[in-house]
Ligand binder design. Structure first.
Ligand code: ATP
Ligand code: MG
Length: 458
C-alpha cells in the first residue's frame, strides 16, 4: 500500500501479483504474473518492466479448471461448461487476470490430455478476437494509442512517493494512496492522478483545515505548482507537477475511493474487452461534453459504473456482480491496508458472451438511448441489475441514479439541471442513431484528433 521505504516496521510489503504490469506502448501484456505493478501499494521495480508483447505468451501449464461460483440468488452461470473451448478461454483469462500469480490462489494443473491438446489459436489470446470488424478495430486502435503508459504511472508514483515523504514531515502518520483511473486500469495518458491522504487517529481531521495547511506547505515544494483548494462535497487540493501537465487531486480520508478503485480494477481486468470499451466511451463522452461533474454532467466514475451495469445486464452477461459473488473479497469494512488482499482471491470470470467490441459499444448506446428507464430505475453494479427507484431521499427528484457500490449513495448527483440531463440523453440517442447504421467510430468521435491530442501528452 505504501512504498517499502515508507512502510511501518512489521508490516509486510505487498508482493507481486497484486497489480498488472504497467502497460507499455502498443502492448496488451496481460501476463500479470510477471511482476508487481507500479502503485502506491507496492514499490515499483522500474528497471524490471515487462517487455512489449502483442499477445500474451502461450501458456503450457497450470491451466486453471473452470470455476463455478454459486450465485447468492441461486442461479449458476450458464456459461461454465467444462469443454476444451472453455479451457482455452480460461487459459486466455488466466493470463489476462491481474490478480492471479498471487500467493493466495494456486491454479491446479489441468487434466493431462487437455494440456497436450491442440494449440490455442492466437486469436483466443488477444483482443483481436473481438475486433474483426472496422468499428471494433477502431476501438482497439484508440485504446492502444490512449491507454496509460508505464512511464505515466511511474511518473505519478514517483511524485506520490516524494509527496508522501514531504507530507510526513507535517503529519507523521499520514499515508498517501494513488487511486482512480491511474490505478484501476482505466486510465488514459491524459488522466489526472487522484490521491487519498489517509490520516488515521481517533479524531477525524477537518479536510478543509488539512488541505489549507497543505496548500501553504506546498508553496515550498520545488516540484509542485498551481495549488487550488476546491471546496466540494469531498474537498480536494488540486495541483500540478511543476513544468508538466500532470495534475493531481488530493482528498483527505475519502477511503471509499481506495475500496472502489480495487473493485473497478477487478472489473477492468475481468474480461479483455472492458478496458478498451470504457476508454472509448470516456473519450466519446468527453468529446460530447457530457463527462464533467463540475459542469453538471457525468463524472468518469459514474460513466464507468454505467458501462459495467450494461455489461452485467446483458442476456449473456459479460460481467457478474463481483460483490455479490465474492462478498468476502470486497468487504466494505476491511481495514484499508487489507483492501488489496481481497481481489487476489477472485478467480477469472468466463463469459459466454462473445460479442465484438463494436457490438458492445452500439449495445451500450442503445441501452441508454432506448431501454433504460431514467425516471424509474437505479443502476446498481453491486447487485448487477437495475433497482426500482424508491422514495428515499437519495433517489427522489434526481435525474440520474447510480449507486455507489460501497456507500450506496448517488454518484450521479452532479446532474441536477434538467438541461444537462436532457443533453446527456440526447447524446446517447443521437450517437446511437448514427453509429447503428454507420458502424464507424469516426461518425461519433474524431478518432485521429483524439489520438493526436493524447500522443502529445507528457
Ligand atoms: P479519469 O480518467 O477521467 O480521471 P477516474 O476513474 O479517475 O477517471 P474520477 O471521476 O476522476 O474518475 O474519480 C476518481 C476516483 O474517485 C474514482 O475512480 C473513484 O475511486 C473516486 N470517486 C469519484 N467519485 C466518487 C463518488 N461519488 N463516490 C465515491 N468515490 C468516488
Ligand atoms: Mg481521475
Amino acid at each position: 500500500m505504501y512504498p517499502r521505504s515508507a512502510a511501518p516496521r512489521g508490516r509486510p510489503a505487498y508482493s507481486n501479483g497484486l497489480y498488472p504490469p504497467p502497460p507499455v506502448t502498443r502492448c496488451y501484456d496481460y501476463n500479470h504474473q510477471s511482476l508487481g505493478g507500479v502503485n502506491s501499494f507496492h514499490v515499483p521495480e522500474l528497471q524490471r518492466l515487462p517487455p512489449y508483447e502483442w499477445n500474451p505468451p502461450r501458456s503450457t501449464s497450470n491451466v486453471p479448471p473452470p470455476h463455478t461460483p454459486t450465485m447468492t440468488n441461486g442461479r449458476k452461470r450458464q456459461n461454465i461448461e467444462y469443454s476444451p473451448h472453455m479451457v482455452k478461454r480460461q487459459r486466455l483469462d488466466s493470463v489476462s487476470h491481474p490478480l492471479l500469480g498471487s500467493p493466495v490462489i494456486q491454479a491446479p494443473s489441468p487434466p493431462r490430455h487437455l494440456e497436450q491438446g491442440p494449440a490455442v489459436p492466437e486469436s483466443f489470446n488477444s483482443l483481436q478476437a473481438y475486433a474483426k470488424d472496422k468499428l471494433s478495430h477502431q476501438m482497439v486502435e484508440l485504446f492502444e494509442a490512449c491507454q496509460q503508459q508505464s512511464s505515466d504511472l511511474e511518473r505519478k508514483e514517483r511524485c506520490r512517493a516524494r509527496l508522501q515523504r514531504d507530507i510526513q514531515d507535517i503529519y507523521a502518520v499520514a499515508r498517501l494512496y494513488l487511486t482512480g483511473s491511474s490505478m484501476n486500469g482505466l486510465g488514459c495518458r491524459s488522466s489526472d492522478a487522484d490521491l487519498c491522504l489517509v490520516i488515521k487517529g481517533t479524531k477525524r481531521p477537518d479536510p478543509i483545515f488539512v488541505l489549507s495547511h497543505l496548500q501553504r506547505a506546498f508553496r515550498s515544494l520545488s516540484y509542485v505548482e498551481r495549488t487550488q483548494l476546491i471546496r466540494a462535497k469531498v474537498p480536494i487540493l488540486r495541483f500540478r507537477e511543476r513544468g508538466s501537465d500532470l495534475e493531481f487531486d488530493l482528498n483527505i480520508n475519502n477511503t471509499v475511493g481506495i475500496r472502489n478503485t480495487f473493485l473497478l480494477r477487478s472489473y477492468a481486468y475481468a474480461d479483455l474487452r472492458i478496458r478498451p470499451m470504457i476508454l472509448v466511451i470516456k473519450k466519446w463522452a468527453r468529446h460530447n461534453q457530457i463527462n464533467d461533474a463540475s459542469k453538471g454532467t457525468l463524472s468518469s466514475y459514474t460513466l464507468v459504473l454505467m458501462v459495467l451495469h450494461y455489461l452485467q445486464t446483458l442476456k449473456d452477461p459479460v460481467l457478474p456482480s463481483l460483490q455479490r459473488d465474492y462478498p468476502e473479497c470486497f468487504n466494505p469494512f476491511v481495514d484499508i491496508d487489507m483492501v488489496p488482499e481481497g481481489p487476489k482471491r477472485v478467480p477469472p470470470y468466463v463469459s459466454r458472451n462473445q460479442s465484438s467490441l463494436g457490438e458492445l459499444l452500439v449495445g451500450f448506446l442503445r441501452y441508454y438511448a432506448t431501454e433504460f428507464r431514467w425516471d424509474k430505475q437505479v443502476i446498481s453494479v453491486r447487485e448487477a441489475r437495475a433497482l426500482p427507484k424508491t422514495n428515499s431521499h437519495e433517489w427522489t427528484n434526481k435525474y440520474i441514479c447510480v449507486e455507489e457500490p460501497f456507500e450506496r449513495n448517488n454518484v450521479a448527483r452532479a446532474v441536477h439541471e434538467k438541461m444537462k440531463f436532457d443533453a446527456i440523453k440526447a447524446e446517447f440517442a443521437e450517437s446511437y442513431r448514427i453509429l447503428k447504421d454507420r458502424k464507424d467510430l469516426n461518425s461519433i468521435l474524431p478518432v485521429r484528433a483524439v489520438i493526436n491530442k493524447e500522443s502529445s501528452r507528457r
